[in-house]
Design a protein. Sequence first.
Length: 147
Amino acid sequence: MQKFSEEFKMQGVFEITVRKNGKVIEAYRDHNLIVNGARNQAARLFAGDGKGRAIAKIAFGTNGAEPTADDTELADVYTKDVSGFEFPGMGQVQTNWELGTGENNGMAIMEFGLLSADGTLLCRRIRSKPIHKEDDISIEGHWTWIF
């Protein structure tokens, strides 16, 4: 008798480009943590319960604590709608977002997250040093999910 073993892993890749007065001052790409809320949302999506489950917002916060799978929120959160989606490869969805010069000024951004339409935290990424968001700073990013 043959044994089969399959795993349904989710992983994420987080990318940002930070500009000051239009000039790139930082470009960053690394993996991120997919939190338990995403697994719960995916299970319900597969069962046909799609109401409020789709990725809808990018979130910015001030908490620099290491992410855990049990995280459910960001600190002092600022949110905005994502700008769109792409499908770069089989089993991948890329969420695109941006934070313009006139948005969220005054925050020391230490964490990022994606939220579903019902507000569930799906993934979280922190920084070791904050981005001090001012009116000459813009940030654009991509968050790719790989299934």
